[in-house]
Design a protein around this ligand. Structure first.
Ligand code: HEC
Length: 140
């Protein structure tokens, strides 16, 4: 009888660990604006996987707030000085991640949208583009 009780305890603790792993871990990983639905949206998007992390999107947002907000608005909603970047209407390209990278790099001739390639490293442009792309997926 005794070995049987120990065996059951063992089974129970393994079961508990599995439950704990599957239920607790994802909850701990998600933050307010990074819920399951948003992560799924990102995963289905063309944003490179390595840029889809909360840390990288936050870094892109910070660069966006510093350099782009005064024309495009804090959430990319647009201002009289620059178009909306959070909707599905695009002047240059179709709003894909790659389109956004090239507009930021090369700018738009004859406009106040300058080429940012000599102000930012390529990796920073990629962080900003990932954040801008995520705006259409509901990023804050
Ligand atoms: C001085 C104002 C200004 C600043 C600062 C600025 N932009 Fe722009 N941006 C514009 C304007 C104006 C356009 C539209 C240009 C046109 O089509 O004539 C534009 C266009 C764009 C587009 C293409 C939009 C579309 O519908 O195709 C993207 C993407 C973009 N900007 C991203 C950025 C990012 C990212 C930053 C910061 C690194 C930035 N912009 C900074 C004024 C600005």
């Amino acid at each position: 009888m005794k070995w049987y009780a120990i065996f059951l305890t063992g089974i129970f603790s393994v079961f508990f660990l599995i439950i704990f792993f599957f239920i607790k871990a994802p909850q701990a990983a998600s933050s307010d604006h990074f819920d399951k639905a948003f992560s799924a949206q990102l995963e289905a998007s063309d944003i490179p996987k390595t840029l889809q992390t909360p840390e990288n999107l936050a870094a892109g947002k910070l660069l966006f707030i510093t350099s782009c907000e005064h024309c495009h608005g804090g959430h990319g909603q647009g201002t009289p000085k620059g178009p909306d970047l959070s909707d599905s209407v695009w002047i240059h390209g179709k709003g894909s991640y790659a389109d956004i990278v090239s507009v930021i790099q090369d700018g738009v001739e004859q406009s106040t949208m300058i080429a940012w390639s000599n102000r930012f490293r390529k990796s920073d442009i990629e962080l900003i583009a990932a954040y801008v792309r995520a705006l259409q997926k509901g990023a804050q």
